[in-house]
Design a binder for this molecule. Sequence first.
Ligand SMILES: *[C@@H]1O[C@H](CO)[C@@H](O)[C@H](O)[C@H]1NC(C)=O
Ligand SMILES: *[C@@H]1O[C@H](CO)[C@@H](O)[C@H](O)[C@H]1NC(C)=O
Ligand SMILES: *[C@@H]1O[C@H](CO)[C@@H](O)[C@H](O)[C@H]1NC(C)=O
Length: 408
Amino acid sequence: MQLLKILHLLLVMRWAASHASPEGKSQEERLSHARALLAEVPLVDGHNDLASNIREALENRVEDFPFEKNLTEIEPWASMEYSQTDLPRLRAGQVGGQFWSVWVPCSSQYKNAATQTLEQIDALKRLFDKYQEDLLFVTTAKGVEEAHALGKIGSLLGVEGGHSMDSSLAVLRAFYREGVRYMTLTHSCNNPWADSSVVEEQTDSKELEFDGLTAWGELVVKEMNRLGMLVDISHSASRTMHRVLNITRAPVIFSHSDVRALCNITRNVPDDVLARMPENGGVVLVNFFPYFLSCSSDATVRDIVDNINHIRDVAGVDHVGIWSDFDGINSVPQGLEDVSKYPNLFAELLLDPRWSDEDLKKLAGLNVLRALREAERVRDELAGEVPWDQFIPAEDVAGHLTCSNPWP
Ligand SMILES: *[C@@H]1O[C@H](CO)[C@@H](O)[C@H](O)[C@H]1NC(C)=O
Ligand SMILES: *[C@@H]1O[C@H](CO)[C@@H](O)[C@H](O)[C@H]1NC(C)=O
Ligand SMILES: *[C@@H]1O[C@H](CO)[C@@H](O)[C@H](O)[C@H]1NC(C)=O
């Protein structure tokens, strides 16, 4: 009898645990459901700035970087407010694919931006080599899926900021050959051919320097289409976004932006751009930076969900993804503090019956892989075309040539 009572009590406790939330599933159960989904499809994060931290802390001495350790316990990483990434935590967070961001500051524009960009690419490739048991350098959507099937993190490269290519289509092509598969057209500065969101903030949009994009800037977009490099319009002025959407033949991405409807800053995406995503096939990947999510310092995982749901409502479930900006942000949302916490986001979305398993897989990685695959398809379709080979017009870079050798 006593045994039966204990058994009954255990059953009641189990029932209570599994009915702990009004939606019927406990946090524990939702987390394990999320973990099962992320084992099936790769979680692909579009933006991690680890490389810039390796430069800052170690001047790119990758051999001295203990990526295999929990960096929350090792200096200088433990006290770096921009550090949220290491291998143990990537594994705990079940990351299956990562676009590693290659970013160099706007202050290097017209100076050694291209050189520094190559230095960051070099550091990342040495990191991939050093940790080849865990990281697999890939350049295609299929490559990410193959890495995931092998239990590795498919590692892609994306250049964050058009100033990196030094207004040269040849340099853009060299980046592609290095394996770069997206370029953000601008960072927080205009370059000689595209307007940044920062300019939109400081001026009336009618006074943008280039009305979004110059004629030569259009060639950059066309050459990216021809190469099969995704055009990333995070950081761009909204006028630039529309100009790009009018001419691109491949899907665009927003590698790390939130929505203006919830936090009205120029760094976020306006609804009229979100509404163009179904036609373009592009993907908006939400950024986890609290100041973009909710315009405040105290965002939570709920704010990420709200941004995701807004993109879903306006653009559709095929056009949303998650790209954290980890290691590039110095403030993090509660519940998603580092790369080990991604499953929490999925557990939170599982509270909402609208999010089916298929939808969650799209959000996790299938949407962005579809966009990359589509860019590859456009590349193949354009395979017979000659490269765009016009130099940027001298008047477009007038006043900025002081550091360059005027070789025709
Ligand atoms: C990393 O270390 C912190 C602090 O000791 C700990 O809370 C966390 O669980 C560890 N993460 C992993 C993935 O080992
Ligand atoms: C985009 O194309 C549409 C239709 O041709 C046009 O009305 C609109 O002005 C264009 N937008 C930009 C920013 O060039
Ligand atoms: C954001 O602010 C701008 C400038 O004040 C305004 O024109 C726009 O309507 C606002 N958008 C939203 C979604 O509130």
